[in-house]
Design a protein around this ligand. Structure first.
Ligand SMILES: NC(=O)c1ccc[n+]([C@@H]2O[C@H](COP(=O)([O-])OP(=O)(O)OC[C@H]3O[C@@H](n4cnc5c(N)ncnc54)[C@H](OP(=O)(O)O)[C@@H]3O)[C@@H](O)[C@H]2O)c1
Length: 272
């Protein structure tokens, strides 16, 4: 868990650099701290920012799956942030804590959680609702039972993890994709995994490999939520809108998954 002293300068710098989306989650254990920092932002005239200028997201912890637990968890999240509404709330993971991966109760629980999100959406406490880490199978089931089509699906997506069926399903249903681990949790940029074409494209545009990876997602129409603990890298990543990748660059980046595959975060494929 980060301290308020660690998080404050990064959030302040992000707001100054033009970031307006905050991606939190109950499992990150930073909702309370972020809420405090955002209060300082709203109160400080140097930022000139009000609540409606920001897009604040949080997510349901896997231990809080089910209708009643999810409803209460959202209210608790709002209370920790000291907010009246979230711009987006996601079911963080298709499974339930302390439940076997293959237990069919996982499907029942997340369906009931989603019903609670629909209720909170209708009550105006959540402006958008969605899911995270759902496979194509999980999402197809949800689409067959939901009354509000998820607005957003947040999942791991970068040139080394290609998920064509999931991308197609989101696009057919107008679900906004939010890519996480765009930088491979750092491994695609710190030399752990070397991909020549990434270096070449970065050199050609005179930008960092991090910016090439972020720009690739943006040019595909996906939202990005890069993480950094450094104020300098907060500023650097904000330059994602300052250059454009060519069609040939995009083609080369789209091909990477054919020779280099990695998943850096959790794999939801085993969850019933
Ligand atoms: N829904 C989910 O299940 C899920 C799972 C994972 C992540 N997420 C969300 O996605 C966000 C980001 O994903 P992630 O944590 O997997 O990692 P990521 O954004 O792929 O990579 C973050 C790493 O890259 C480094 N970094 C960032 N910008 C850089 C730059 N310009 N140059 C060099 N290094 C740079 C950071 O190090 P420094 O801090 O040292 O800069 C950090 O170690 C998270 O904060 C979270 O909000 C969601």
């Amino acid at each position: 868990m980060q301290t308020i002293e660690e998080l404050r300068p990064v959030v302040f710098e992000a707001i100054r650099a033009g970031y307006r989306l905050i991606d939190s989650a109950t499992v990150y254990r930073n909702e309370h701290i972020l809420g405090q920092i955002l209060k300082e932002v709203f109160a400080d005239p140097q930022f000139n920012i009000k609540r409606s200028d920001l897009f604040i997201t949080s997510k349901l912890a896997p231990k809080d799956q089910g209708y009643d637990a999810c409803y209460k968890a959202v209210i608790d999240s709002l209370n920790r942030f000291e907010l009246d509404y979230f711009d987006l709330y996601l079911i963080h993971w298709p499974g339930t804590s302390k439940t076997k991966l293959l237990d069919p109760i996982n499907e029942e629980n997340r369906t009931n959680s989603y019903r609670a999100l629909e209720q909170l959406y209708n009550e105006g406490k959540l402006n958008h609702i969605g899911v995270s880490n759902y496979t194509e199978k999980h999402l197809r089931h949800l689409l067959s039972v939901c009354s509000v089509v998820p607005h957003v699906h947040q999942f791991e997506l970068h040139p080394c993890l290609h998920q064509p069926e999931l991308l197609k399903l989101c696009s057919e249903n107008n679900i906004q994709i939010q890519a996480y681990s765009s930088l491979g949790e750092g491994a695609l940029i710190n030399g752990k995994i070397k991909i020549e074409c990434l270096d070449n494209i970065a050199k050609k545009h005179n930008v960092s490999v991090a910016l090439v990876l972020l720009r690739w997602s943006v040019q595909h129409g996906r939202a990005i939520i890069p993480k950094t603990s450094s104020t300098a890298r907060v500023r650097e990543n904000a330059n994602v809108f300052s250059f454009e990748l060519s069609k040939e660059d995009m083609r080369l980046l789209d091909e990477i998954h054919t020779y280099e595959q990695h998943r850096f975060c959790w794999d939801p494929n085993g969850v019933y």
